[in-house]
Design a protein around this ligand. Structure first.
Ligand code: DMJ
Length: 914
């Protein structure tokens, strides 16, 4: 480990050497670790690393090549239907679409990845295309945050590497700062968003009309997320320093200053959402994931890039608070900003996976290793990190849009520790991407990590970030044509040169304040820590931290969402009343309930826990009344199981979660609605019948195709153009009578998903599908016939092109499905059926292969870790002066008011999208 890490560590120095040195030092600390590795996980040979690096290159070619061939100039590729996603031409996906500004988003986001991956020629071509084709003046309302990190960041990253290449003298000799000019043009387009009294930007802006003009169709929003307002400084400051136009850095600083002012003063935490006019916190929950994540990231990185001490000081202040309240290693759990000892959620979101990487940059390696290890175990369980998972590691939100955060942290941890374990982690990520997300026309997001089904979506950040981090993980210095340590990664992994710290510094000087002198030195880690202290000459250091956690996910117990005090229970007193045991008819229970909050702090805490458990229980019960989604996997040539459609289950017929999957060729029934005896029984005999929705009950259709000899049925929605992108998936209800006679499995597909199968029949005649609860591994023999290479893939485009729909499907609560179905279809879930659904027996519920199987894992032993964590929280709580909320006896009214507030916050969070 290099001693260089010790430079500047120690006492704070108000004026320091050039910032580039500080930043470079941080990089040196991290990189030098790789050379000292002597023991632990098996080292990976240079050949193996090169092989994996080449695999990453091939995968990038597959993603980028298909985007350029089938989607460009559209913003994104739709990898299942093999076409471009053009905003307005696809069903709206809500906020997610705000990243799309008709500015060839994926191309811009990929620019600097091309250089990192040593594809200089392609970079040169790509830059020419951007200059020739991209229009930044479209009449589209876009997210200020996304446009900043992806487009402004992409242009600046492209510019940074273009000038680097030009200086080298071979490529980009014609380049004359054109990308920078575009970046400046875009910067000016974003500025009107900052026209608020607070200086916090509006969340959205119309690229052509700004905010105020009537044509703008935006500007009425009152709230924004903290990350949205606090993730501008790197790009805006870089733009100012590259161009000399100070206004950008000034605006970004003003927004950051305002957020800092508004931090909750006793906890030093910030909420998730803030009112841009009043500065009031709209959502008072606080974590390190969705909604806040990159605000923290940018404080630390702004210090590195700009060398402004106030950013480091703010970061350190927040970091202390995070480690005190949010970090419960290996977990990171959201809390309330006013009551930071009170957890605000029972689950964590996937975006927080970046945090271990940030902790590495901060130099706090131990918790980084712990959280990363926990995340890796969740990944091993589901192949990908679900968008959200509970504290006992069950899936909470099942999607995975190919997010790069975990790869990012893996890269930084490898750089910091040199432990080849992290190379193996990277190898697993590569394998899973190829095995489960790769489709003939790119890589498809996972709609549901439990079923393995896909979504017709490949976000631009997949190219901007995932391939960079994976490639760099396996690359040696000589594999990259420039020195990566001269740059800092933005949150979208765009590269900004560290020399900007010494260029056009006028703004930082102007804004220097004395406000921070009140804080003491203990809050002032000036530079990266000494790596000798981080790894006390022990090459097994990282492994020794991971070891106690190796079964944390499989063996965990369900954790309450409140840190609990159990002393009285342990000392023989009656155990507290738990929500799951509560009976409103039990007078003793009512008595206990009344007491909660009135007698002692312990009762008060029991009361809070009880309420939160109630909320949790009721949301879990709601979920348990739903059947999980099923998968329709096309297994015949040329799909070979690569395309997986999420399907709605039926409340009758063969339960695919309890029986082996059903595999067969498909055939359309006649009549297509399946509402009378089939006239083509010979065609459907022994096959899976396709039937159109409508005209009669689902159960009637099932009986008719079963009588004709079908082995299964797929009902396709008759509402043309319907798509799981826009409609919630539901379960097919019975007909109110006994449906035990229906023995075959029945699944439902929306029209756009169904048309993928119908188009396949038109193209290939023989189409075989697999109906199951979870996509099965692809047939390896068939896979081998089709070597994954971009050339092969482009030759095989016909297969991809026949697909014509997207697969976003969600199982929703039965009320909404009832509403949906009852409108036009007699076979839809009726109120009587709702009762049936609610009466699904516990045994059926626990036979669910997804959520409930996981739950069975959780019964039984608590890990030592869990106990330790509890004990640790108890100690924290006891010793923490900020926890008076739980210590003093509060009147029941005030506790109820608090509960209400918490419940409201909780419900709001439940509604939130990432
Ligand atoms: C990226 O666009 C950025 O990393 C952002 O900060 C949040 N996460 C997405 C990818 O998951």
């Amino acid at each position: 480990m290099s001693e260089a890490g010790g430079r500047g560590c120690g006492s704070p120095v108000p004026q320091r050497a050039p910032w580039s040195l500080v930043a470079a030092t941080a990089a040196i600390c991290l990189v030098s670790a790789t050379s000292v590795w002597t023991a632990g996980a098996e080292p990976m040979s240079r050949e193996e690393k090169q092989k994996l690096g080449n695999q990453v290159l091939e995968m990038f070619d597959h993603a980028y090549g298909n985007y350029m061939e089938h989607a460009y100039p559209a913003d994104e590729l739709m990898p299942l239907t093999c076409r471009g996603r053009v905003r307005g031409q696809e069903p709206s996906r809500g906020d997610v679409d705000d990243a799309l500004g008709k500015f060839s988003l994926t191309l811009i986001d990929s620019l600097d990845t091309l250089v990192v991956l040593n594809k200089t020629k392609e970079f040169e071509d790509a830059v020419r295309k951007v200059l020739r084709d991209v229009n930044l003046d479209n009449d589209v309302v876009v997210s200020v945050f996304e446009t900043n990190i992806r487009v402004l960041g992409g242009l600046l990253g492209g510019h940074s590497l273009a000038i680097m290449l030009k200086e080298k003298g071979e490529y980009m000799q014609w380049y004359n700062d054109e990308l920078l000019q575009m970046a400046k043009q875009l910067g000016y387009k974003l500025l009107p968003a900052f026209n608020t009294t607070s200086g916090l930007p509006y969340p959205r802006i119309n690229l052509k009309f700004g905010i105020r003009k009537p044509e703008a169709r935006t500007g009425t929003e009152t709230d924004t997320c903290t990350a949205c307002a606090g993730t501008l400084i790197l790009e805006f400051a870089a733009l100012s320093r590259f161009t000399g136009a100070t206004i950008f850095e000034e605006y970004a600083r003003k927004a950051l200053d305002f957020l800092w002012e508004k931090r909750q003063r006793s906890s030093n935490l910030v909420g998730v959402t803030i009112n841009i006019h009043t500065g009031d916190w709209v959502r008072k929950d606080s974590g390190v994931g969705a909604g806040i994540d990159s605000y923290y990231e940018y404080l630390l990185k702004a210090y590195v890039l700009l060398g402004d001490d106030s950013f480091l000081e703010r970061f350190n202040t927040h970091y202390d608070a995070i480690m005190r309240y949010i970090s419960q290693p290996p977990l990171l759990l959201d809390v309330h900003i006013h009551k930071p000892m009170l957890n605000a959620r029972t689950w964590m979101d996937a975006l927080l996976a970046f945090f271990p990487g940030l902790q590495v940059l901060k130099g706090d390696i131990r918790p980084a290793i712990e959280t990363h290890e926990m995340l890796y175990q969740v990944i091993k369980k589901h192949n990908f990190l679900p968008e959200a998972f509970t504290t006992d590691f069950r899936v909470h939100w099942a999607q995975h849009p190919l997010r790069p955060e975990f790869a990012e942290s893996t890269y930084f941890l490898y750089k910091a520790t040199g432990d080849p374990y992290y190379l193996e982690v990277g190898k697993t990520l590569i394998e899973n991407l190829n095995k489960y997300a790769r489709v003939p026309c790119g890589f498809a997001a996972m709609k549901d990590v439990r079923t393995g089904s896909h979504e017709d979506r490949m976000d631009s950040f997949f190219l901007a970030e995932m391939f960079k981090y994976l490639y760099l993980l396996f690359a040696d210095k000589e594999d990259i044509i420039f020195d990566i340590e001269d740059y800092i990664f933005t949150t979208e992994a765009h590269l900004l040169p560290l020399w900007l710290s010494t260029t056009n510094q006028s703004i930082s000087k102007k804004n220097t304040t004395s406000e921070y002198t009140e804080l003491d030195d203990s809050n002032f880690d000036w530079t990266c820590p000494n790596t000798q202290i981080l790894f006390p000459n022990d090459p097994l250091y990282a492994q020794s931290i991971r070891e106690p956690l190796k079964n944390v996910v499989d063996k965990s117990c369900p954790r309450g969402i409140i840190r609990v005090r159990e002393e009285s229970f342990r000392s023989g007193a009656k155990p507290p009343l738990r929500a799951r045991d509560f009976m409103a008819t039990n007078p003793e229970h009512l008595e206990i309930l009344k007491k909660m909050g009135a007698a002692s702090s312990i009762d008060a805490e029991d009361g809070l826990r009880f309420m939160q458990e109630m909320i949790e229980l009721s949301s879990q019960q709601q979920k348990e009344q739903q059947l999980p989604p099923r998968a329709v996997q096309i297994v015949s040539h040329p799909f070979f199981g690569r395309v997986v459609l999420t399907a709605g289950p039926a409340q009758f017929g063969l339960d695919l979660s309890r029986h082996k999957e059903t595999r067969g060729f498909v055939a359309s029934s006649k009549p297509y609605n399946g509402c009378s005896e089939l006239t083509n029984p010979e065609a459907v005999m022994g096959k899976i019948a396709l039937i159109q929705r409508g005209q009669c009950m689902f159960a009637e259709k099932a009986r008719n195709i079963q009588n004709a000899g079908a082995i299964g049925g797929i009902v396709i929605d008759d509402n043309e153009g319907s798509s799981s992108d826009t409609a919630p998936l539901f379960q097919m209800a019975g007909d109110g009578k006994d449906t035990d006679d229906i023995k075959i499995p029945m699944l439902f597909l929306f029209s756009k998903e169904g048309s993928i199968i119908l188009d396949a029949i038109r193209e290939y005649e023989e189409v075989e599908v697999l109906l199951s609860d979870k996509a099965k591994d692809r047939d390896p023999e068939m896979e081998n016939e089709e070597q994954p290479s971009s050339e092969n893939d482009s030759q095989n485009q016909s297969a991809e092109q026949i697909s014509s729909s997207s697969q976003e499907v969600d199982l929703v609560d039965q009320e909404s499905s009832e509403e949906n179905s009852l409108n036009s279809h007699p076979e839809a879930l009726s109120p009587a059926d709702m009762d049936n659904a609610a009466s699904i027996s516990p045994s059926e519920q626990t036979s669910n292969p997804t959520e409930n199987h996981e739950t069975t894992n959780l019964n039984g032993e608590c890990t030592d870790l869990d106990n330790q964590l509890q004990e640790q929280s108890e100690t924290e709580e006891d010793s923490n002066p900020n926890v008076s909320w739980g210590k003093k006896v509060q009147p029941i009214d005030s506790i109820l008011a608090d509960w209400n507030e918490d419940i409201e916050a909780f419900e709001m969070m439940e509604k939130d999208e990432l």
